[in-house]
Design a protein around this ligand. Structure first.
Ligand SMILES: Nc1ncnc2c1ncn2[C@@H]1O[C@H](COP(=O)(O)OP(=O)(O)OP(=O)(O)O)[C@@H](O)[C@H]1O
Ligand SMILES: Nc1ncnc2c1ncn2[C@@H]1O[C@H](COP(=O)(O)OP(=O)(O)OP(=O)(O)O)[C@@H](O)[C@H]1O
Ligand SMILES: [Mg+2]
Ligand SMILES: [Mg+2]
Lengths: 261, 261
């Protein structure tokens, strides 16, 4: 889940799509790559009791992925993080292979999981690049607002750079509209602008030639903001609310898109 | 306007409070310290036609503040920025006085303005520290959500550090609730937690002993998200909507707080 703009729904989507996919029977690993540690907080993982988290995994050659995996739900593991992770960017600045560390660390367990979801921090720094080097597909949570649209161009530039360099398989998979207000004309205008842009891109050979708006959009629903204060996903907290139904719908559309490829 | 968490209403509040204060007769200067350039975009300032913006002001010793001030509305000037500003942090890393550059640059015009409002980028890096060294008071836009509350502690640590160092006058003035949903129980719980925290702090000698929740909260109102796509403030776009009334209310409560001190 990647968008350099903050507060758009990255953490909320990582947790709820992750749990939704695990409930559907897939083995899922969530990675908290944000020094705010909001994913770990959302799942009520007691990070102060842990010896190693994402920070040690990235900066300590001897730290293996086995040491940082924490079980969260059935078929759902998590690699938590703390504010220590903020130091990784400067500590790894001179590391020759700094953007591919996560990819190397994950290699021993890649057959243990069907799906890895990474919650990226706001910004396009080293932590985000590490995620881009590991995955096949980027999902961009965003709001259908004018100011939110401005950053998408810059994100595409970075995706293009990474996919023509260290990770040729990298694609921009889908745009996930979050906190969506279906009644608003403004949002509808932004949505049609986005759809037109990606329609035009279909003929190109860019990493976003296959990008689509994921359905359904995630409507604004206060239950999604309440769930983290109880350490619960939306499926634990209120499985019948709009938020749970919307994330369930996206789980199903992701699976049908992935299974038909 | 400062909050390291992104997407909380910093830019929207800087533009609309700035225009509200100028409409009330005060001479106001807005500073766009975010490399996203959203404040400049919100005011439809053609930054690609400008020779110098906030970036040159900070990194170029010969660039004076006169060269970067752009008139925006009556009694309202702006110092715009572009994505170039993102390079300032690394270029100034070795500058001995790197956090006080903005303060020195502003000195020649400090009697020209009654109020300076700075739109800070997400994060607590060099650009945000430059803002903290120039101003007397910080306003923290935030949403009354559980995840949004987590970062406030870290923000306070930074305010304490700056106020016991380079800027002893620095105070945490007010918390401005944005995108506020008055009906939600969750938001009410978060609000009472915030109020209780600042009530306790009144006896302390911390920089937040005088902090209060600004009134009224800014309710969620799609017009506030539409206005930037027309290059307009909420007072230009729809002066009778809830968003304009809420920001007008905060203008009045800020002025009565400032005038009585
Ligand atoms: N559909 C929704 N309806 C209501 N509230 C939501 C929704 N999605 C997210 N939120 C709330 O909005 C806020 C921002 O969401 P979230 O923290 O997931 O964004 P983020 O992109 O991860 O932010 P950051 O960039 O700081 O990591 C949170 O308080 C969250 O609880
Ligand atoms: N009260 C409100 N009601 C509805 N939408 C709002 C409100 N305030 C802000 N918005 C919208 O929410 C989004 C985030 O607001 P804004 O860009 O002002 O936040 P920010 O803190 O400046 O973000 P960043 O950290 O990226 O600089 C924008 O699309 C804005 O138009
Ligand atoms: Mg997050
Ligand atoms: Mg902003």
């Amino acid at each position: 889940m990647l968008n350099q703009k903050g507060g758009v729904g990255k953490t909320t989507s990582t947790v709820n799509l992750g749990h939704g996919l695990a409930r559907a029977g897939y083995r899922v690993c969530l990675v908290d790559l944000d020094p705010q540690g909001h994913l770990s907080l959302h799942l009520a993982i007691e990070t102060d009791q842990l010896e190693a988290t994402a920070y040690q995994l990235l900066v300590d050659d001897d730290c293996s992925i086995e040491q940082v995996i924490v079980p969260a739900r059935e078929r759902l593991d998590c690699i938590p993080s703390t504010v220590d992770l903020a130091a990784a960017e400067s500590e790894l600045a001179d590391h020759p292979d700094r953007n591919s560390i996560l990819r190397h660390k994950f290699a021993p367990v890649s057959d243990r999981y069907d799906i890895i979801l990474i919650d990226c921090p706001p910004g396009l720094g080293l932590l985000t690049l590490n995620a881009m080097c590991l995955v096949d597909e980027i999902i961009v949570p965003m709001q259908a607002h004018f100011l939110a649209m401005q950053g998408v161009g810059k994100l595409m530039e970075t995706v293009w750079r990474v996919s023509s360099g260290v990770n040729p398989d990298l694609k921009l998979g889908g745009i996930l509209l979050c906190m969506h207000e279906t009644q608003s004309i403004h949002s509808r205008n932004v949505v049609s602008e986005l759809e037109a842009f990606f329609e035009d891109a279909r003929q190109s050979d860019s990493p976003w030639s296959g990008t689509r708006l994921l359905h359904p959009p995630i409507r604004r629903n206060i239950k999604l903001a309440e769930a983290p204060s109880f350490g619960q996903t939306i499926f634990d907290y209120d499985p019948d609310c709009r938020g749970a139904k919307d994330y369930q719908g996206v789980v199903e559309s992701l699976l049908s898109g992935w299974c038909s490829n």
